[in-house]
Design a protein around this ligand. Structure first.
Ligand code: PGA
Length: 256
């Protein structure tokens, strides 16, 4: 049984006072579900300390949205895995589609970032997903296979619980148009097969979550699918009430 993971990707939102208010209000609304699910808040770098101050010692974990693969040195503007650990992060998102498509991140860069993060003790949420054009031309599974294979190549994974793969179709992110549970489940089953080719039996324990316009309206149906082990939530995670509902409803749906 894979324990679901629900992660809130705040993207480039939240000033310090807003982050504090959102984190506090979310914690007040959500019960401790540690036995049934993992919950991670992933704010921008500049408010990691603020959110850490709220979630430290609670059941909610802290993560970052990006990382560089070197530990120190002349890399202006970058943040290393060790710095994220020092800032209280347990998780990091790598290869989000906005970084790939807006900022030019390649599969090879994603691979280096994952290796460095795992080496330094961070747990990784690897994002993969096709564009609308790739889906419409029937090339999506090929694209996703390539993304997963390169991202995970030559990787030493000491525990399956330290890697989460998020299937995030680019056309579903921030558009209000989520993949249907069937569609997502099919692709995520394929991702599990590819992961199995790489890690063998261990892949059965790797969580594969869905992301792209997840809301309190669709979370139950999505998590009800056999290959959907949680969610990466963007827009709907910016409201404490809706994030708390997504966490609660998603956890309940995965327990039954
Ligand atoms: P969304 O974003 O929920 O706003 O679609 C998800 C993501 O990009 O992680």
């Amino acid at each position: 049984m894979r324990k679901p993971l629900i992660a809130a990707n705040w993207k480039m939102n939240m000033l310090r006072w807003e982050a504090q208010e959102l984190a506090r209000s979310f914690l007040e609304k959500v019960p401790d579900l540690t036995a049934y699910s993992d919950v991670v808040l992933i704010p921008p770098f500049t408010v990691l300390d603020v959110v850490r101050g709220v979630v430290d010692g609670t059941h909610v974990k802290l993560g970052a949205q990006n990382v560089f693969w070197e530990e120190r040195g002349a890399f202006t503007g970058e943040i290393s895995p060790g710095m994220l650990r020092d800032a209280g992060c347990e998780w990091v998102i790598v290869g989000h589609s906005e970084r790939r498509h807006v900022l030019g991140e390649t599969d090879e860069m994603v691979n280096k970032k994952i290796k460095a993060s795992l080496d330094s003790g961070l747990n990784v949420i690897l994002c993969v997903g096709e564009t609308l054009e790739e889906r419409e031309s029937g090339k999506h599974l090929k694209r996703i296979t390539g993304q997963v294979e390169i991202a995970l190549s030559q990787l030493e994974l000491d525990s399956p619980h330290r890697l989460v793969i998020a299937y995030e179709p680019v056309w579903a992110i921030g558009t209000g148009k989520n993949a249907t549970p069937d569609e997502a489940d099919y692709v995520q089953g394929t991702i599990r097969e590819i992961t199995g080719n790489i890690f063998g039996d261990m892949a059965e324990e790797v969580r594969i979550v869905y992301g792209g316009s997840v809301t309190e309206e669709n979370i139950q149906e999505l998590i009800g699918e056999p290959n959907i082990d949680g969610a990466l939530v963007g827009g709907a995670s910016l409201q404490a009430e809706s994030l708390a509902k997504i966490v609660q409803m998603g956890t309940e749906a995965s327990v039954v």
